[in-house]
Ligand binder design. Sequence first.
Ligand code: ZN
Length: 226
Amino acid sequence: MPRNFCALRLPVASLLVMLLPCGSSYAVRATRTSESSGSLTTVVIDAGHGGHDRGGIPGQRIAEKDMTLDVAQRLRNVLSASGYRVVMTRDSDVFVPLPTRVAIANSYRSAIFVCIHFNATQRRGAGGIETYFYSRDSLPLASAVHYQVAGGAPSSNRGVRRRGYYVLRKTNIPAVLVECGFLTNPTEAAYAQSSKRSHKKSARKKKSSSKPTGSEARSGSIDRET
Ligand code: ZN
């Protein structure tokens, strides 16, 4: 279903790349560059896994579900601050079935769907970023997002690939799934975690300079697929 989402592609991609590799610097650079995007401002962000579904592979030290939520929340913050309407399929460590994620995405028109995952494998040396799409309509979005994300991270480029993941097949809005690196790769895992830490630090600073309320629960793990 061709939709007028072209103008939104690049801004979202730009925001993604700021988020994933840059950690604390994202907020400064997050400006809304798509004044031409008109009313197209809904981004459905899907943090992979959650709850009992830790993601990743057995024995994996860092929980994928934790890192996907971290990236999703940072992306949400940036997009919201830039004027986008953001919908999260989950915003805490809970399990959300795939059909529910898809139903959420499909309940919005003129939206795009960005699914966040991290990769994992037994081979510690494996690394890189890859972006998946399924429908042809999603290819331009996938290419733009991938170009930005892979170009901004110190990881190898594993390319844009077509695959029939459930959330990509069943969504009827442009949809991409980004594998943001391998949490089983020590370098990429450290990078993802350092981005997360610097974000939490700046968030704490912001919180303490305003009002001392709120708390956050955490957990961790990883995995792939969808
Ligand atoms: Zn995953």
